[in-house]
Design a protein around this ligand. Sequence first.
Ligand SMILES: O=C(O)CCC(=O)C(=O)O
Ligand SMILES: [Fe+2]
Length: 336
Amino acid sequence: MSNLESYPPVFRPLNASPAPLLPQLNNHAMEDSSSSSSSSVPVPVVDLQCLSLEELGEACKEWGLFRLVNHGIPPSLLIKLEEHVKVLFALPFESKQALVTNPLSYFWGTPLLTPSGAALRGALNINLLEGINVPLSQLPQFQAEDPRLKDFRQCVEEYGRHLSRIATTLFEAMLKSLSVCPQQSESGLDESTGFIRLYRYPPGPLADEAWGMMEHTDSSVLSIVNQDRVGGLEIFKDNKWLLVNPISGTLLVHIGDMMQAISDDRYMSVKHRVRVNKQEERVSICYFVFPGEGTVVRSSKYKPFTYTDFQAQVQNDTKTLGYKVGLDRFKLNPPV
Ligand SMILES: O=C(O)CCC(=O)C(=O)O
Ligand SMILES: [Fe+2]
């Protein structure tokens, strides 16, 4: 692992001697690692410029994930943002802690954050990741004095505007494809809820013993992932874990739990996880968007609930049980 001092201290022994960290890692979670396919899987492709509702609907039903092309984000912006992210993560750990402050937050070991952006600790297993949380609606108030953050802020803001546009376009098309009229559907998507997560996954010999991110479904309406060329994202489909190959310039769109509920379970929130690479660190830039605060999600399969109810339940389950139960908590006829 290069630039060791840029990693959180808890990750530093990973390269030299893994033994001291082993008890903290979730070894059980790796039990099925052999079932993962090493070959990439042909994820359906959706073209944002020539959007076919039929193909979009099919991808959301069968896969809960698709690769988005012709999304209209200039390649130069994608390159610039990835460069910024790598430079930021390469700073010494202590500098990142000092630099990345409210409304941004820097975290590691878990992707689960409290509403204020702090890492959620509890009955949790460690995930081999560090991250920076960027709540897009709070960026205008963010005065970045430090030159290292000034340019980054502009770049991430511009990227966020593209992602809002893309998510709104896709969401409206999904409602059409499901034959739900946007006016009828109270269970909307609210652009002001959007946030960006930057992740860095350290490389190392423990790639076989702990996950970069353990298996989960996203709680969002939609999540849009931009992974670098290292890859490591896997999805669970037809009882198998499959590797989703990185393809430069494309984005991966995940159906989240809220979209599954809005669609009355016709679309599926796809289970996924991230495997760390033994040789190289991996960076990803992810966007998440939710229903507006107080918006009641209504569907034939679930009790009416708001995203705030859902998030509180997820945080509670994660703290007390160590995992997210998710939509089953709100099912009208829960599985026995
Ligand atoms: O890093 C990635 O590719 C995926 C991250 C992810 O699944 C998440 O943040 O929910
Ligand atoms: Fe995820």
